[in-house]
Design a protein around this ligand. Structure first.
Ligand SMILES: O=P(O)(O)OC[C@H]1O[C@H](OP(=O)(O)OP(=O)(O)O)[C@H](O)[C@@H]1O
Ligand SMILES: O=c1cc[nH]c(=O)[nH]1
Ligand SMILES: [Mg+2]
Length: 213
């Protein structure tokens, strides 16, 4: 698995505002939206394209268009939903599949509570959106879900990752033998004793949408 940490002063600036506990919900949402567009620009460097013949007002030329089938974007509910619009702004022709996952805050085990995906994902470029890669249980579960549906080309886009989560994802992918990349704005120091990323930004879903309970 290739891990790409997007190194850009605008990303660092927006991420610092996002992390700040005094940043309110509307600004937090806006920052997630802006950050994902910057990350998606990097994450789509390998998007498949074909040549296309066109005519400009001046001359014929061969240009570039996205290949079929369109990329599939999969936000992991809830928090990944906050990244969807920013991704679609960059790739408006992408299709969208949904996975709902919740991490049990006691055991840290993920549970899938919703799924709406194409039946066959072979040959599709899949872009999984989740702001937080903590223990890696949720993103690992999502990747496993996609691979079980035939996915053979997966890129995960996260805002923050913990080293523990990256290692777990790495081990899973070594077993699955499916090409997978991770694009992330920053890799933080560690997880704390209750599974939160340190220094992190807190609970991304709650900061986007309010307390879940
Ligand atoms: O790597 P992990 O240890 O699995 O933790 C990361 C997961 O936790 C958060 O979701 P959460 O379970 O809080 O659900 P939510 O998006 O509905 O808030 C986050 O959005 C990830 O999906
Ligand atoms: O730090 C963390 C860990 C898991 N989920 C979050 O939203 N934040
Ligand atoms: Mg949450």
């Amino acid at each position: 698995m290739e891990v790409r940490v997007v190194n850009h002063p605008l990303v660092d600036h927006k991420l610092t505002h996002l992390r700040n506990k005094n940043t309110d919900q509307p600004v937090f949402r806006k920052l997630v939206d802006e950050l994902v567009t910057l990350l998606a620009y990097e994450a789509t460097r390998g998007v498949r394209v074909n040549p296309v013949d066109i005519e400009t007002p001046v001359a014929p030329m061969t240009g570039t268009k996205l290949a079929d089938p369109a990329p599939l974007v999969v936000p992991i509910l809830r928090a990944g939903l906050g990244m969807l619009e920013g991704m679609l702004r960059l790739v408006p022709t992408a299709e969208v599949g949904f996975l709902g996952m919740i991490r049990d805050e006691e055991t840290l085990q993920p549970m899938t509570y919703a799924e709406r995906l194409p039946a066959d994902l072979s040959g599709r470029q899949c872009y999984v959106l989740d702001p937080m890669l903590a223990t890696g249980g949720s993103l690992g579960g999502a990747v496993q879900y996609l691979v079980d549906r035939g996915a053979d080309d997966i890129t995960c886009i996260c805002i923050l990752a913990a080293p523990e989560g990256i290692e777990r994802l790495h081990d899973l992918l070594a077993d699955l033998k499916v090409p997978c990349n991770l694009v992330v704005a920053a890799v933080d120091e560690k997880l704390n004793e209750v599974g939160y990323i340190v220094p992190g930004l807190g609970d991304a879903g709650d900061r986007l949408y309010g307390l879940a309970q």
